[in-house]
Design a protein around this ligand. Sequence first.
Ligand SMILES: Nc1ncnc2c1ncn2[C@@H]1O[C@H](COP(=O)(O)OP(=O)(O)O)[C@@H](O)[C@H]1O
Ligand SMILES: [Mg+2]
Length: 250
Amino acid sequence: MSTASSAEPARAAAPPVPPPPVLRAHALTRTYGKGDTAFRALRGVDLTVARGESLAIVGRSGSGKSTLMHLLALLDRPTTGRVEVHGTDASTLSARELNRVRNSEFGFVFQQFFLTAGQTVFENVSLPLVIAGVAPKERRRRTLEALDSLGLADKAGNRATDLSGGQKQRVVVARALVGEPSVIFADEPTGNLDTATGGQVEDILFGLRRDRGITLVVVTHDHELAARCDRSVTIADGLVVADRPAEVAA
Ligand SMILES: Nc1ncnc2c1ncn2[C@@H]1O[C@H](COP(=O)(O)OP(=O)(O)O)[C@@H](O)[C@H]1O
Ligand SMILES: [Mg+2]
């Protein structure tokens, strides 16, 4: 571009500013309890998650994986240290703003986030859009699209409780993606599923990453699932003890 108009010389000269990482954790600690019973579940974790990356968080049971994920997902606050989302320090956000970020930027595939038993598949999946105040017509369109993308279109009217384990987990994934999040957090997403069904759920998660550029942060015990990710971070006793491309992970 050799003919920049004189109306915008400053723009042409400005250097490109790289976008901040999706998530950045700095010196995170989390202590549960107080006094004699205090337990330091995280003892100083630094971690940066790039846009579109798939990151596995691995380590023994009790090492602090879920604690770290809850902090990254703004579901819990660190005892010390900070989490930045797209460059914004989460500790500066009000409860209302935190809710907005969780609801609009994040999707959750957690086993403890149960589907609501008495409600239909459609109602369960549309819930994040109800919370976000999306108008009914748009809500319906996006919910049906999410169900369709997970092969659940014909289950929209079923009670969530009437589904198989794999179908339920696909409903959970549909609910996680209906808000068009930039990050999906999954804690042992295939833990309760048989190998074939777990593989289907994995394929769906990695397909979302490939097709929509969604960032994936996955806590898992499953070495094969960890190996599918770009990167693997190992937690031991509340510290990051390894951070490497997943294909060379042990
Ligand atoms: N709410 C809590 N209160 C007290 N201790 C907790 C709580 N949540 C987790 N812990 C303890 O913190 C440690 C790390 O837990 P967690 O992050 O769930 O580990 P992981 O997901 O790696 O199995 C464990 O020893 C666990 O018992
Ligand atoms: Mg856990």
